[in-house]
Write a protein that binds this ligand. Sequence first.
Ligand SMILES: Cc1cc2nc3c(=O)[nH]c(=O)nc-3n(C[C@H](O)[C@H](O)[C@H](O)COP(=O)(O)OP(=O)(O)OC[C@H]3O[C@@H](n4cnc5c(N)ncnc54)[C@H](O)[C@@H]3O)c2cc1C
Length: 358
Amino acid sequence: MQKTFVLIVGGGPAGSTVARYLSKKGIENILVQKNCEYRKPCGGGIRYTAFKEFSLEENIVEKKVKNIIIGFKKKRIHINIEKTPIYIVDRRKFDKYLRKKAKEEGTHILEGNFVDFYFEKDFIISKIKTKEREIYIKSKYLVAADGVNSLIRKKLFKEYIPRIPVNYIDISEIQIEDCHFYFGNKIAYKYYAWVFPHFEGGNIGTYKGRLENFLKFLNLKSYTKPKGFFIPLWKDNISLFKDRIFFVGDSAGQVLPFTFEGIYYAMASGKILAESFLKENPSLEYKKKWEERFLKQFKSLKILQEIFLKNDLTIYFMIKLFENKYIQKEMIKLWLGERDIKINLGFFLRAFKRAFLK
Ligand SMILES: Cc1cc2nc3c(=O)[nH]c(=O)nc-3n(C[C@H](O)[C@H](O)[C@H](O)COP(=O)(O)OP(=O)(O)OC[C@H]3O[C@@H](n4cnc5c(N)ncnc54)[C@H](O)[C@@H]3O)c2cc1C
C-alpha cells in the first residue's frame, strides 16, 4: 500500500494549489485527478491579480477583457475595467498548467478515480481506480478538492453543497471581446446570465431552464444542445473539515456570492489550507485564516445579492446605481477585496443619494 502525508482528491484550481504549496513547504502529498484531459465547464474568467499572487505566467491567458457590459431589459451599462481586467483561460490548459506547477514542486500526480475511503486508527485509507488497477493509499490527511459534486462530502455529510443549476452553450460563431452580465427574472431568475469570450467563440449561460429565453433576448438561436452543471451557493457555516478531512474550493462552497467567481477563491483557499498544515492544529488554523481573509467580503456580497437580485424592481434599482461612476469604482474594489464595506442603512442612503440626487 502506498503511503503519503496528505492525499488530495481533485486536480482543479483548488487541489493543484493545495498540492503546489504543500510541496513548496516540503510536505509530502499525492494528487489524484480523475481525467487529466478534463475541461471543467466554466467561463474561465479570472481576476488579473491572481496571476501575480500565485506567480502564474500570463502566456496561459487566452484573452484579456477590458470592458464589462451590464444589461437589464433594453438598458446597457459599459464599464471600463482596463485597470482591473478579467483574464480568460481555457480550463483544460489552465488546470493542466496548475498541475504541472504542483509537479515541478514535487507533488506526485496520479490519474485515477477516487471511489471510496475508510478510517483505520490514525489514518485514512483511500481506494483509487486507475485505468490499469485498483490502488489503496494510506494518508494522515485527506483533502476533498473534488468540486461541486464532491463524492467525499456526499459520503461524509450525506449531502451535496448548496448549489445553483445552470445551462450553458459554447458558440464558436460569435466573436466578442467583452464580458456581458444580464439580469432579470425571465432570463436569469435571481442570478445573472452571461456571455463570455471563450478560447474559441463565446460561452453563454444562465440559470437552468432560462437559456432559451436568454438566447431569444440576445437574438441568437441555439446552435448546439445546452449542457448543464452546478455552481456552489455559498453559505456561512458550511463545514470546512471533519475528522482530518478538509474541503476546499467548490466542495466547500467557496464561490463569491453575487459574482459567482470560483477559480480565484479555489486557489486562494487552497493556499490557505496548505499553509495551515504547518500549524499544530490545521483544522482550526484553516477555518480561522479563511474567515479572517474572506468572511466579511463573502457576507457583504451575499447580502447585496439577496437584496438586489430579488426581483425585477430591485434589479432596476441596482442598474440605476451601476450607472454611477463612483458606485462602479466601489463595486470593483469590493469585488477585488480591496475595500470592506458595512452594508447598513447608511450604505444604502449614501448609494441612493449618489445615484438619484445628482
Ligand atoms: C458554467 C460555469 C461557469 C463558470 N464560470 C466561472 C468563471 O468565469 N470564473 C470563475 O472564477 N468561476 C467560474 N465558475 C466556477 C468555477 O468553475 C469553480 O468555482 C472552480 O472550478 C472551482 O475549482 P475546484 O478546484 O474547487 O473544483 P473543480 O474545478 O471542479 O475541480 C475538481 C476536480 O476534481 C476532479 N474530481 C472530481 N471527482 C473526482 C474523483 N472522485 N476522483 C478524482 N478526481 C475527481 C474533477 O475531474 C476536477 O478536475 C463557473 C462554473 C460553471 C459551472
